[in-house]
Ligand binder design. Structure first.
Ligand code: CTP
Length: 402
C-alpha cells in the first residue's frame, strides 16, 4: 500500500521524519514529496535515507536537471500509485493553494492530480491559524471531505502560545490509518507466527526439506502488524522480504524452530502455526560430505519435535492457538481430527494437490474448521486475503471470550 507524504515549509517539518517512520512501521510504502520551502528546514537526504527512495522536490526533474518524459509525467504516475496523500506539516500557504486548486509545484499538482484521499495536518503561528482566510480555506477543504488533523495548542516556535502546533505524530498517523481502512482490531494481541519450511541436515551439504515458500506465514505477519498486533515471526529458510515492523527470528531446523517458539510462548496471546515443519530428520548428521563412492543404502529417519503438540500442553488461559493442515487426502476429516487431538481453536485446512493452493503458490484455497464442527470454505484467494480472514476469526474468538 503506497502513501505520499507531503512536507511543507514550517519548523515542524522535522516531525515529518518521525511520521514517516510510524507509517513505514505499519508496512506502508511512503513516497516523500517536499516543497522548496520545506527543504530550507530539513534536507531531502534525511527523508531519502529513511524512506529508501528518492524524495521528489521539483516538477520536471528540478533545477539543473534535464526535463524528460519521465519527469514530465511523474506527478501522474505518483498520483495513480498512491492510496492516500498526507501533508504534514501543512502551512497556511499550502492550505490556501489546496483550497483553490492552485498547482504550482509538485506537491500541489499531485494533490489535484490524485483521486486518493487527502489528509492535512496544519502547523503555523496562532495568528495565521486563526486568520479568517485560513479558517475559510480549512472549511472549504473539510467540505471537500479532506481530513483535517487539527493542530494542538501550546508553546509555538515563534514564542507565542496558542493553537498551531502540529498534532502529535500518533494522531496524524491514526488519521492516515483510518482513511486507509487499516483496522486496529489486534492492538491488544501479540501474535507468534511460524512460517516456511525447516531444513534437516543430512551431511555438510545436504538436507531434507519441503516446498513451503513461507508466503502464508509472512502474509499473516504482515496483516497482523497492519492491524496493530505486535508480531513475532519465527521463520524457517525463505527468500522472502520480512514484513516491516515485525520481530523476526530466523531458524533452520525443527529443533531450532521449537526452541524459538517455546522461548516466545509466554509473550504470545495468540499463536498461528503456518510453518511446514519437517516431521522427520536424518537420525544422524555427518559433519563431512557423504561421498558417492561410499554409497548410502539407507537413510534412517527419526521424528522431530511436534511443536504444536507441545505448546498446546502448556498453553495459558486465553492464549489462542491456530494450526494448519496441509493435506492431500481426506482433507477436512484429517484437519478436524488434528483440531480435536491438539485442542486447537481453529485449523486452516488446505488441499495441496489443488491448483492455486498450498506450498509455492501466491494464492490458497483454504477451509477454516472450528471445534464446534463449523466449517468456512474460503474460495481461491491471495494468501494475504486468507491471512486477513484467519485474523478476523482471531478477533471473533477473542470477542467470544476466547
Ligand atoms: N507442526 C508442528 N511441528 C511439527 C509438525 C507440524 O508444529 N513437527 C504443525 C504445523 O505447523 C501445522 C500443524 O502442526 O500447524 C499440522 O502440520 P501437519 O504436518 O499437517 O500435520 P502433522 O501433525 O505433522 O500430521 P500428519 O503428518 O499426520 O499429517
Amino acid at each position: 500500500m503506497r502513501v505520499a507524504l507531503g512536507v511543507t515549509g514550517g519548523i515542524a517539518a522535522y516531525k515529518a521524519a518521525e511520521l514517516l517512520r510510524v507509517l513505514q512501521e505499519k508496512g506502508l510504502e511512503v513516497q516523500v514529496v517536499m516543497t522548496r520551502h520545506a527543504c530550507e528546514f530539513v534536507r531531502p537526504l534525511t527523508f531519502a535515507a529513511l524512506s529508501g527512495r528518492k524524495v521528489i522536490t521539483e516538477m520536471f526533474g528540478g533545477a539543473g536537471g534535464e526535463a524528460n518524459v519521465e519527469s514530465a509525467i511523474e506527478h501522474i504516475a505518483v498520483a495513480q500509485a498512491i492510496e492516500a496523500l498526507v501533508i504534514a506539516p501543512a502551512t497556511a500557504n499550502t492550505l490556501a493553494k489546496l483550497a483553490h486548486g492552485i498547482a504550482d509545484d509538485f506537491l500541489t499538482t499531485l494533490a489535484v492530480a490524485t483521486k486518493a484521499p487527502l489528509i492535512v495536518a496544519p502547523a503555523m503561528n496562532v495568528n495565521m491559524w486563526e486568520h479568517e482566510t485560513t479558517r475559510q480555506n480549512v472549511e472549504t477543504l473539510r467540505a471537500r471531505k479532506v481530513r483535517v488533523v487539527e493542530p494542538d495548542e501550546g508553546y509555538l516556535a515563534c514564542g507565542m502560545t496558542g493553537a498551531g502546533r502540529l498534532a502529535s505524530v500518533e494522531a496524524v498517523a491514526q488519521a492516515v490509518f483510518e482513511v486507509l481502512g487499516l483496522r486496529e482490531d489486534l492492538k491488544a494481541e501479540t501474535l507468534l507466527v511460524t512460517a516456511g519450511p525447516t531444513e534437516e541436515p543430512l551431511d555438510a551439504v545436504r538436507y531434507l526439506s519441503n516446498r513451503s515458500s513461507g508466503k502464508m506465514g509472512y502474509a499473516l505477519a504482515k496483516a497482523g502488524r497492519r492491524r496493530g498486533a505486535r508480531v513475532i515471526l519465527v521463520s524457517g529458510p525463505t527468500s522472502l522480504e520480512p514484513p516491516a515492523g515485525v520481530t523476526l527470528e530466523r531458524v533452520r531446523t525443527a529443533e531450532e524452530m521449537a526452541g524459538a517458539v517455546v522461548a516466545n510462548l509466554d509473550a504470545a496471546t495468540a499463536v498461528v502455526m503456518a510453518a511446514a515443519v519437517a516431521d522427520f530428520r536424518p537420525a544422524e548428521t555427518r559433519a563431512r560430505k557423504i561421498k558417492k563412492r561410499d554409497g548410502l543404502q539407507q537413510l534412517r529417519l527419526e521424528p522431530t519435535r511436534d511443536i504444536l503438540g507441545e505448546i498446546v500442553k502448556h498453553r495459558r488461559p486465553g492464549q489462542l492457538v491456530v494450526g494448519f493442515a496441509a493435506e492431500t487426502d481426506h482433507v477436512l476429516e484429517n484437519a478436524a481430527q488434528k483440531l480435536r487431538a491438539k485442542r486447537l481453536d481453529l485449523i486452516v485446512a488446505n488441499d495441496v494437490t489443488q491448483e492455486g493452493a498450498g506450498f509455492d503458490a501466491d494464492t490458497n484455497i483454504a477451509t477454516l474448521v472450528f471445534p464446534d464442527g463449523r466449517q468456512k470454505a474460503l474460495g481461491k484467494m491471495a494468501k494475504f486475503d486468507v491471512a486477513q480472514r484467519i485474523l478476523d476469526e482471531v478477533v471473533a474468538l477473542r470477542q467470544a471470550g476466547g
